[in-house]
Design a protein around this ligand. Structure first.
Ligand code: LFR
Length: 508
């Protein structure tokens, strides 16, 4: 077979996949080799955090997927991307101690209070430029410190680094994902000495010893080294594992098909979360940026992903799950979009980022509660709930992109939606109207393609930087463009004020 093939391991909050990507004649063809379920599991054994990832079942899925990828032909490199912030703890012999806790576990509430008691968020932001999320690794490490298992820990590896360690026996910490820990200074792309001191000196967390050496995307970690599964290159060597942009959002931003337009597109990486922002060449750490809770995560090739987390498809996923469990109704994504499109517009709007929506479980009661508290009419039927969720997402995108522009000075020509949300026609159309910018939707496989192009470059199959990698993505996929409708600004300005103004103003 001609071309150069790499494998991507792409783990998301609801499923994991192994894919092959073949670059031939400048085009990247992606095929799925395996898909396996993921999800947070409630575990009630003594001494365990309540919400954990079943990482060994993911490992089984990865192994089977790699075996299948290898059956289909040689593989020149393997890249891994996953969600951020979570980690596995290893003992002195390099063995995993317990299941990694999942970021939706509420176990960090006390740690947040203790850390902020010593260093308020405004001061933390000056060091890490990171959004406040109770799940940031910094708080998780403090929360875990007193747990018996943490006493045994000699090493903490973020999830993609843990998988890379299991594949190669080598421990590194890839920097795009490390930037979700809240311990990185985005200006130096290195650990913040002040924050390591805080963790070590005030909370007894043994950093930096727990942390592995930082590496930039594109670093070859080492050859795959498993006794029972062999993946080989076309030269019959053991396939190298490459640290790609291992944070899924970082890979998704590499996969935006906008060559030559860095800094001129807004992105929405749309999966379980919607990550909304702009790509910059420097961090923004102003007070206004801290107040808006924007984060400076790190991207490939020295870039900064200046963005905001928006709850995304999570609420829709949980709502559809709720209805399935209540009465067995199975609603597909296209059906959900059609139902929402049939409901009246702008009837109920909610703040999709309210903390009450973070935990897993039924959503409609929480949507009602938010609406009641804020003087919004309650949705009357399922189409109205779905419309409320999709329209409210568009309102949140509008606000985040407006803030991103104002806070960073970026001037945007398009909004690029990569990931599953790009298939949601209603959401794309509403986002164009809400932001007043053309929306370019696609590719759905932005994250895995972003993963693959960095691996392809690491093995010499692509020359150049982000532009060249994005050109490959652009040449390999088709996108759909949605133009904003006329006279939308005042409608969406009012919608934004309804959601984000204090309750009395909203009910007045
Ligand atoms: C998206 C994501 C977000 C991160 C959240 C938790 O999958 O990686 O970027 O904030 O998950 O890790």
């Amino acid at each position: 077979m001609s071309g150069c093939t790499v494998a991507a391991i792409d783990l998301g909050a609801s499923s994991g996949r192994v894919l092959r990507g073949t670059l031939d004649g400048g085009r990247l063809a992606v095929e799925e080799c395996s898909r396996f379920p993921n999800g947070v599991a409630f575990v009630r054994t003594a001494g365990q955090p309540d919400l954990v990832w079943d990482v060994l079942s993911l490992w089984r899925g990865i192994r089977e997927g790699l075996a299948e990828a290898s059956r289909r032909g040689p593989v020149e490199a393997i890249g891994i991307d996953t969600w951020g912030v979570d980690y596995g703890l290893l003992d002195a012999d390099g063995r995993l101690i317990g299941n990694p806790a999942a970021y939706r576990s509420p176990r960090t509430a006390d740690a947040v209070v203790r850390v902020h008691g010593l260093m308020p968020q405004s001061e933390l932001y000056g060091f890490n430029g990171a959004q406040h999320q109770a799940f940031n690794t910094l708080f998780q490490l403090v929360a875990d410190r007193s747990a018996a298992q943490a006493g045994l820990a000699r090493s903490a590896l973020l999830i993609p680094d843990l998988i890379a360690y299991w594949l190669t026996g080598r421990r590194v910490c890839e920097v795009t994902n490390a930037s979700t820990t809240g311990l990185i200074d985005p200006a130096t792309r290195d650990w913040s000495p002040e924050l390591l001191d805080l963790l070590n000196g005030s909370f007894g967390v043994p950093v930096p010893d727990l942390l592995a050496e930082l590496v930039e995307p594109g670093t070859v970690i080492g050859p795959m080294d498993l006794p029972d599964i062999s993946v080989r290159t076309s030269e019959n060597r053991s396939t190298p594992v490459v640290a790609v942009a291992t944070h899924d959002t970082a890979s998704a931003v590499v996969g935006v098909p906008a060559p030559g337009r860095s800094g001129r597109f807004g992105f929405v990486s749309s999966g379980t979360w919607s990550l909304v922002g702009v790509e910059l060449d420097h961090p923004v750490k102003t007070d206004a940026s801290a107040a808006a809770n924007f984060t400076n995560e790190l991207g490939a090739d020295g870039t900064v992903r200046y963005l905001k987390n928006i709850m995304g498809m999570w609420m829709l996923q949980e709502t559809l799950r709720q209805w399935r469990e209540e009465d067995g109704t199975e609603i597909s994504w296209p059906q959900a979009c059609r139902m929402a499109a049939s409901a009246p517009s702008m009837r109920t709007l909610i703040d999709v980022n309210d903390e009450i929506f973070v935990a897993p479980g039924p959503m409609t009661e929480r949507i009602d509660l938010w609406a009641l508290r804020h003087g919004e009419p309650l949705p009357q039927d399922r189409p109205q709930y779905l419309r409320a969720l999709i329209e409210s997402l568009a309102v949140a995108y509008r606000r985040a992109l407006r803030e991103a522009r104002e806070l960073s000075g970026a001037s945007l020509e398009t909004v690029n939606i990569v990931g599953g949300g790009g298939q949601n026609e209603l959401l794309c159309r509403l986002t164009a109207d809400a932001t007043g910018l053309p929306v370019v939707a696609g590719p759905v496989e932005g994250t895995s393609m972003g993963n693959m192009v960095v691996a392809l470059r690491a093995v010499g199959a692509i020359d150049g930087g982000l532009d060249e990698m994005r050109q490959v993505v652009a040449d390999s996929t088709s996108t759909t463009r949605y133009e904003p409708g006329p006279d939308q600004e005042s409608i969406w300005e009012a919608a934004e004020a309804r959601v984000f103004s204090p309750a009395p103003a909203a009910t007045a």
